[in-house]
Design a binder for this molecule. Sequence first.
Ligand SMILES: C[S@@+](CC[C@H](N)C(=O)[O-])C[C@H]1O[C@@H](n2cnc3c(N)ncnc32)[C@H](O)[C@@H]1O
Length: 304
Amino acid sequence: MFIYTVVNIGSEKLLKEEIAIKYPKLSFAYSRPGYVTFKDTTGTLNLNSKLNLVFARVYGISLGKVDKNNLENEIKKYSINKIHRFSFINGESSGENANTGDTVLDILEVKEGEYWLGMRIIHKYSWNIPGANPNIILPEDAPSRAYLKIAEALIWTNYNSKKNEIVLELGSAPGGASYALLEKGFKVYGVDNALMNESILKNPLFTHIKEPMQRVQDSDIPKPCHLLVSDVNVLPSLILGQLKRFISIRPSIHTVYYTLKIGDKISVKEILKHIETFKTFGFTEVHATQLPSNRSEILLYGKK
Ligand SMILES: C[S@@+](CC[C@H](N)C(=O)[O-])C[C@H]1O[C@@H](n2cnc3c(N)ncnc32)[C@H](O)[C@@H]1O
């Protein structure tokens, strides 16, 4: 049995390291940019097996390689009605979004004319979209690409926003994420000593706390506060301490979206340890992933 994965291009090595740590009995089999397969040497994994992987946006049971001429006949052999097609060559995808519990047949063009089939079950935090990418378009006037990160994170976690929810956003400048949150109707308090984009500052639902997060006190933070969003380029250990501090000052914070910069200085082992520490902050659920728009970073999500 082989396992296939879809991974952000450039993160294949990180995924292999993560697998070697968590599932040493999965041995590397085949790789193309964005697509990696592993052989299950235990012979125990099946379609229902759940893997806990940060760097794989998709995983499932590989059904092998098919060439273009046999593709449609091969697909007919599987009586699955959720068929997701995705090409790593041109980024095109097609197929209906799946629901939790659905079985999906993935048809992945990993190389010109080379198709790989795979089958997977959609779990609560699986991408249910063909190609595991909602392909969000960055609005022309969004102040930064961070717009994409929070927009994808809200989709990935199926976040159901309620009216008048308040977000404390650490590292908010220039304002791409604030733009996305304001667009969704959140009230945003952005903490950053750098300049925010003018259009964000003009929005009546936005308040700028122009301080480094370490200087922000209880009296600066809205009451109640519901979400904590963080995208700060500081040392991972510093940000964990601050997240813990804000969560304890405002117990009303029920959801945290946190971007961890990984660069090339932090090892996969350290990343996994960091996630374990984040898990001790009183959440009922913690998940980590590399979102389609994440480059040298991952998203951590905690829900109380
Ligand atoms: C990647 S940018 C954030 C992008 C932003 N989220 C957006 O949507 O446009 C990182 C930000 O962290 C801010 N930052 C760095 N150290 C900080 C600190 N100690 N407190 C608050 N913000 C900090 C920087 O000024 C920078 O604006």
